[in-house]
Write a protein that binds this ligand. Sequence first.
Ligand SMILES: [Zn+2]
Length: 140
Amino acid sequence: MDKKTESSARNESLCPCKSTRAYGECCGPYHSNKKKPETAEQLMRSRYSAYFFRKYNYLVETTHPDSRSNDLKKSISKANTGVGWSFLKVLGTSKGGRNDKSGKVEFVAEYYVNGEIFEMHECSRFRKFQSTWKYLDDRG
Ligand SMILES: [Zn+2]
C-alpha cells in the first residue's frame, strides 16, 4: 500500500481506544493536530492510541510541562518497545470536563510483551495548560 492508501485505511478502521468509532473520527484528528481534546477522557484515549501507533511526539506534546523531562521521548519509546496494546477500558472520570481545569481518569489497559498479556490499572491526573488538556501524572 502507498502511504495515502495506508492512512485512509487507518482512518476508516476502528479506533484503537475502543470507542467503537472510526479512527478518523475519534483520536485521529487529535494526532494530526486538527483538533484539541475537549475533555480529559478524550486526551487519555488519544494518548492510549498514540502508544498504540507509537506517536511519541504526541505523547511528549500532551504531557504537562511540569512533568516533561528532557529525555521523555526516549524513555517513552524505550518503555514501549516490544509492547503491543490490546485493550482499553475507562472505569471512571472525575471532573476533566470542558470547563474544568483539572481532572482524573481511571482506566485499565491491556498489553502484551512476547505473547504474554499484562494489565495496567491507572488513575491519571490531567491539568490544563494554556487552555489545553495535558497529562500530569499517574498519581490520581
Ligand atoms: Zn479513539
